[in-house]
Design a protein around this ligand. Structure first.
Ligand code: FAD
Length: 622
């Protein structure tokens, strides 16, 4: 049996990749080491958050699945930074860990062109540097035109607790023992990374009276743009906030040498996530802080496990118990699962191209944690793009490449392939230079057309989207063409909402530039029968017009540099005067444009000038 696309791994990257390629009518096989573990949420029971929430909207706009499944399995949802500017707003949902995988597995099982097989892939079939299929642990050979590797934290993974190192995957799952060594034999540079997870405790043993309740928003919120999954916003599960204290910090300091990361194990070379540090790291690195936040988050409506957000550790079990019991409200908490760190193999992502295909082996794609990222959303968006791009390659079409000004997904992939990783990469708003353009509210406006063109958005949804664009235009026209004159009624109203009176006539469009004025204020004078999302879009575009125009000008400059292409055949050793470090980095990354070359760390403006002169001279260099 031969498949067009084989996806290895049923995590968040694998699910999106398999759905995208099968929905694009390519015969797809998803091979995963444990079918019951598909779409498992190995760590935090939440999806979204700052920047990550925007990625989920982007996945949804392109026709991916994560947003819909999150909406159907959320037990609490809120909009972060709703009082701040639109550039930093994002949704964050607590997810039911039982329900999310259940819905995702059902979706995969009902998908035509998609088969699922349980098995451990340990090698690849490669002929003339083109992948031709996979070899399973039990020596079964399965052929395909493309392979997408999404193996997460399972490659030669070791679970670390105190001074013990045990070769196994997350939650005692089987690790993949040979795949990374076989990738190394082909020529891939393998890096070792690590991450960690906190303990889970029994809800019934927590004294919530000593904590602060954290509720969801009492309004309807969805990641999905069209489905508007209905739920009772009153029926949400609360989270709780408590803090670490001097007693906990003392226990950490006294026992630091027992943590795997701080001496418990001598042979650790891997690097943990800088932006998701263990409690040991936080106490040591931020020694001036006398407390750190600890969120108590429910994992499911169906069981009592509470996830202790902020207490990731690799301390031995007895120290973990002391740490937990030192926290207010958790004095008598029963630990149901102990925390651990996990070390695993990944590939350095400078070895992949913008379409997520590897540079070394044609038709071999990688996505998710194997590329050095951390997080469900980061994994899912790469899986979606790998699934789309492997399909487009089979169709003989150009790949879908998202630029840094088009999507956080574009920022993430560009960062990975240009900068590589030294510690697990996590998306942050600060990584995006055009974040006012990459907003939660306009993900569909940025990406739905592309999702439609690649074939993942139905005609029905696309026509709804066209309708939305039309209405935005209509409302803008109305606001531009409706003038308010300084009548007594209007000025009285303006005074009542603390706005200055009018001296001359003004269009509603211009009046909206005043921070205190909202479109809803005009409803007193004119009928505006538009949905809230249309009003929100128009309001943001008018109020932030100046900043948006400035960002667009910066984008134009960036795109000009992206248009200056560097030929594939360039031999950097022939460019004299380039600094050694620059030559090395340029040879490793092989940027396709001057814009990309500029973003490589270690390549300085002087090197770029030399490179540009060399490119300008062209054949005359010979
Ligand atoms: C202990 C721990 C702590 C974490 N902490 C955080 C955190 O603090 N913050 C955060 O954002 N994220 C965290 N994560 C990361 C998050 O779980 C991952 O980033 C995300 O799940 C990665 O998705 P993925 O699809 O790449 O891989 P995974 O979700 O890991 O899925 C990989 C899949 O591949 C399968 N598989 C692996 N190898 C093979 C093979 N050779 N053949 C067949 N099947 C295979 C596995 O069974 C699994 O289904 C943590 C993960 C772990 C395990």
């Amino acid at each position: 049996m031969k498949y067009e696309i084989i996806v290895v791994g049923g995590g968040h990257a694998g699910c999106e990749a398999a759905l995208a390629s099968s929905r694009k009518n390519h015969k797809t096989l998803l091979i995963t080491s444990n079918i019951n573990n598909i779409a498992d949420m190995a760590c935090n029971p939440s999806i979204g958050g700052s920047a990550k929430g925007v990625v989920v909207r982007e996945i949804d706009a392109l026709g991916g699945e994560m947003g819909k499944v999150s909406d159907r399995s959320q037990i609490q949802i809120k909009k972060l930074n709703s009082r701040k500017g639109p550039a930093v707003q994002a949704l964050r949902a607590q997810i039911d860990k039982i329900v999310y995988p259940k819905i995702m597995i059902e979706t995969l099982k009902n998908q035509i062109n998609l088969e699922i097989l349980e098995g451990m892939v340990e090698d690849l079939i490669i002929e003339n540097n083109i992948v031709k299929g996979v070899i399973l642990q039990d020596k079964r050979v399965i052929k395909s035109d493309c392979v997408i590797l999404t193996t997460g934290t399972y490659l030669k993974s070791d679970v670390l607790i105190g001074s013990t190192r045990t070769r196994k995957g997350p939650h005692d799952e089987k690790p993949s023992l040979y795949l990374s060594d076989n990738l190394k034999k082909i020529g891939f540079k393998i890096i070792r990374l690590k991450t960690g997870t906190p303990p889970r405790i029994d809800k019934k043993t927590i004294d919530f009276t000593k904590t602060r309740i954290e509720k969801g928003d009492d309004i309807h919120l969805n990641f999905n743009h069209d489905y508007y999954y209905d739920y009772d916003s009153k029926n949400q599960e609360p989270c709780y906030l408590t803090y670490t204290n001097s007693k906990l910090h003392e226990i950490i300091h006294e026992n630091l040498n027992k943590s795997s990361m701080y001496g418990g194990l001598k042979d650790i070379t891997s690097v943990g996530p800088r932006y998701c540090p263990s409690i040991e790291d936080k106490v040591v690195r931020f020694s001036d802080k006398d407390r750190h936040q600890i969120f108590l988050e429910p994992e499911s409506r169906y069981y009592d496990d509470i996830y202790i957000q902020g207490l990731s550790t690799s301390m031995p079990h007895d120290i973990q118990t002391r740490l937990v019991h030192s926290i207010e409200g958790l004095e008598n908490a029963k630990i149901l699962k102990y925390a651990y760190a996990i070390e695993y193999d990944a590939i350095n992502p400078t070895q992949i191209k913008q379409n997520l295909e590897t540079k070394l082996i044609e038709n071999l794609y990688t996505a998710g944690q194997i590329n050095g990222t951390s997080g469900y959303e980061e994994a899912a968006c790469q899986g979606l793009l790998a699934g789309i791009n492997a399909s487009l390659k089979l169709e003989g079409k150009e790949p879908l490449i998202l630029k840094r000004n088009e999507a956080y997904i574009g920022v993430l992939i560009d960062d990975l392939i240009i900068k590589g990783v030294t510690d697990p990469y996590r998306l942050l708003t600060s990584r995006a230079e055009y974040r006012l353009l990459l907003r939660h509210d306009n993900a569909d406006i940025r990406l739905r057309q592309k999702g439609y063109e690649v074939g993942l958005i139905s005609e029905e949804i696309y026509s709804k989207f066209q309708d939305k664009l039309k209405k935005i235009k209509q409302l803008l026209e109305i606001l531009k063409n409706t003038k308010l004159t300084p009548t007594e009624e209007i000025n009285e109203y303006l005074v009542s909402i603390n706005s200055a009176i009018l001296k001359d006539g003004i269009t509603m469009y211009d009046l909206l530039k005043r921070p205190e004025i909202k479109i809803s204020n005009f409803k007193k004078f004119i009928e505006l029968p538009f949905e809230p999302e249309i009003i929100e879009q128009v309001e943001i575009n008018i109020k932030y017009e100046g900043y948006i125009n400035k960002a667009n000008k910066d984008v134009e400059k960036m795109l000009k540099l992206e248009e200056k292409k560097i030929p594939d055949t360039i031999d950097y050793d022939k460019i004299h005067n380039l600094a050694n470090e620059a030559t090395q980095k340029l040879k490793e990354v092989r940027p396709t444009s001057i814009g990309q070359a500029l973003r490589i760390s270690g390549v300085n403006p002087a090197d770029i000038s030399i490179l540009m002169i060399y490119l300008k001279k062209g054949d005359k260099n010979e």
